[in-house]
Design a protein around this ligand. Structure first.
Ligand code: AMP
Length: 281
């Protein structure tokens, strides 16, 4: 695995790289979710490029940015074992050189849910992903559906700006007890880690209400998920959502595919997860 730090080094490495190129952008502290993206990229590409960049522009709270777990030796070993050919691990000044003054802002799809809870977050995401797409010039880029709205925002951006990189959504990888893999899980205490399993149980209860019990009233599904979360007093709920899977607009009545999602805090760590549900005909 070749590690490159600057735009020039990346350009030089890509000049002789066999095509097609598959790209996996990350913020590091790799886990099995990231590895699954690399494996998909590996299967479909002659060259796999990963980036590790904790992007300050997508963090509202600077404390959250500062606390984000980082370890290059650990990440580089995992990436190499997973099959990454080129690791782009730039510094902030390599990504945003002096004078950088552009923001990519996606519209309606970026406003609810994470967009409402974290003002500016998706502007930061869209801007860095547009820039990384331009620098890497991959045929395809791989994103996890764990960050469902992020995938929707990036797909919208790629379509609207006619970016030549195809956005490939990949399934969420979970721990055996259902907790979605996340770099942030590393910041949970052992007690918090046990409590966090309630997130997926709540989502499963919501899916069961729709697909098993035939519930069409979105408020009843929100209540079913909230009731499960309430079993754990150590969970602070940020939002519980039942939204249209395409537009992310909150639903009153569930008629087509819905995305059930939530953001909660455990041990002060903000965790998000989602599941899709389709009502029975
Ligand atoms: P991050 O390093 O958290 O910015 O994530 C980098 C990429 O990995 C994003 O496309 C995420 O959606 C994806 N990802 C994170 N966690 C998971 C997971 N548990 N399963 C699948 N993909 C994931």
């Amino acid at each position: 695995m070749l590690v490159v730090r600057t735009r020039a080094e990346l350009r030089a490495a890509l000049a002789s790289a066999p095509r097609p190129v598959g790209f996996v952008p990350t913020m590091g502290w790799l886990h099995a979710g990231h590895v699954s993206l690399v494996e998909r990229a590996r299967a479909e590409s002659a060259t796999v490029v990963m980036s590790i960049f904790v992007n300050p522009r997508q963090f509202g709270e600077s404390a959250d940015f500062a606390r984000y777990p980082r370890s290059e030796p650990r990440d580089f070993a995992m990436a190499e074992a997973a099959g990454v050919d080129i690791m782009f691990a730039p510094g902030v000044e390599d990504v945003y050189p002096a004078g950088f003054d552009t923001v990519v802002s996606v519209g309606a799809i970026s406003r609810p849910l994470e967009g409402a809870a974290r003002p500016g977050h998706f502007d930061g995401v869209a801007t860095v992903v547009a820039l990384l797409f331009a620098l890497v010039g991959a045929e395809r880029a791989y994103f996890g559906l764990k960050d469902y709205q992020q995938v929707a925002v990036i797909r919208r951006m790629a379509l609207d700006l006619a970016l030549p990189t195809e956005v490939v959504p990949c399934p969420t990888v979970r721990e055996p007890d259902g907790l979605a893999m996340s770099s942030r899980n590393a910041r949970l205490s052992p007690a918090g880690r046990a409590v966090a399993t309630v997130i997926h149980r709540a989502l499963v209860a919501g899916v069961a209400a729709i697909e098993g019990a035939g519930q069409r009233d979105a408020d009843a599904v929100r209540a079913a998920m909230t009731a499960v979360l309430a079993q754990e007093p150590a969970v602070a709920v940020d939002y519980v959502s039942v939204a249209d899977a395409l537009t992310l607009a909150e639903l009153a009545v569930i008629h087509g595919e819905a995305v059930l999602s939530m953001a909660v805090r455990v041990d002060g760590v903000r965790l998000i997860d989602n599941e899709l549900a389709t009502p029975r005909p």
